[in-house]
Ligand binder design. Structure first.
Ligand code: DX5
Ligand code: ZN
Length: 220
């Protein structure tokens, strides 16, 4: 079953609550919270994302899928722990060394969230293979992290295929999430490559009829 995680990155503040209701009514599976610290990526979304995450958890029972595009991963795990996210994903490019990566995995498990590791377009899946038995999700960035509304980089789907083959051969039960430039024409390519969680921002938020836009994806 393919799941949809709706990115709130391009949400307009004035319409935030209404759009969240529409997303939930359209039967998305998670709210995707893009936390950017102004260091790991240029943009800083820390305040607005905290605001949206709090609102989402007040008005909805849907799980939060927190995507940390930050250097100080530990600080933000701590900050988000009170919202009991369903998934917390950090970037392997941020934790860098093995010792730290393992301790971050433990930290996320300890607060009761599922653990995701994200890889940017230039990072090979070789960098994360050793952690696969201990985590729940791999988030393959299909655009360069930093902003919404970009075009999917086709080569990143080759990585999704490679990862899918690797986990299938080894019987590793793990979700593959794709993030960036997913819309009604790229969703199928990502699913065929092996993804089972689709992050969608601009496609949903900018559509005139959110429910219809979600139905189109779910029908495929
Ligand atoms: C990019 C973010 C994504 C992105 C998704 O850095 O991680 O979640 O904003 O938005 P769209 O679907 O508009 O590419
Ligand atoms: Zn994201």
């Amino acid at each position: 079953m393919t799941e949809i995680s709706a990115s709130l990155l391009t949400l307009e503040k004035e319409n935030a609550i209404k759009t969240m209701y529409n997303l939930e009514a359209g039967k998305i599976d998670y709210f995707h919270i893009d936390v950017m610290d102004g260091k790991f990526v240029e943009k800083n979304t820390t305040e607005i994302m905290k605001d949206y995450a709090l609102t989402a958890s007040h008005i909805s029972n849907l799980g939060l899928d927190v995507h940390l595009m930050v250097e100080n991963v530990e600080e933000f795990i701590d900050e988000y722990s009170m919202l009991e996210p369903e998934i917390i994903t950090f970037h392997i490019e941020a934790t860098k060394n093995e010792e730290r990566t393992k301790s971050v995995i433990e930290e996320i498990k300890n607060i009761g969230s599922r653990v995701g590791i994200a890889i940017s377009p230039d990072t090979s899946i070789d960098e994360i293979k050793q952690y696969l038995p201990y985590i729940h999700t791999v988030l393959v960035m299909t655009v360069v992290p930093g902003k919404g509304g970009q075009k999917l980089i086709p080569e990143t789907l080759e990585k999704v295929k490679e990862l899918k083959k690797y986990i299938t051969e080894r019987n590793i039960d793990i979700d593959i999430e794709v993030d960036g430039g997913i819309n009604d024409s790229t969703a199928n390519l990502a699913i065929d490559a092996g993804a089972n969680i689709l992050v969608m921002g601009n496609y949903l938020i900018s559509s005139e009829n959110i429910k219809e836009a979600i139905r189109k994806i779910k029908e495929n």
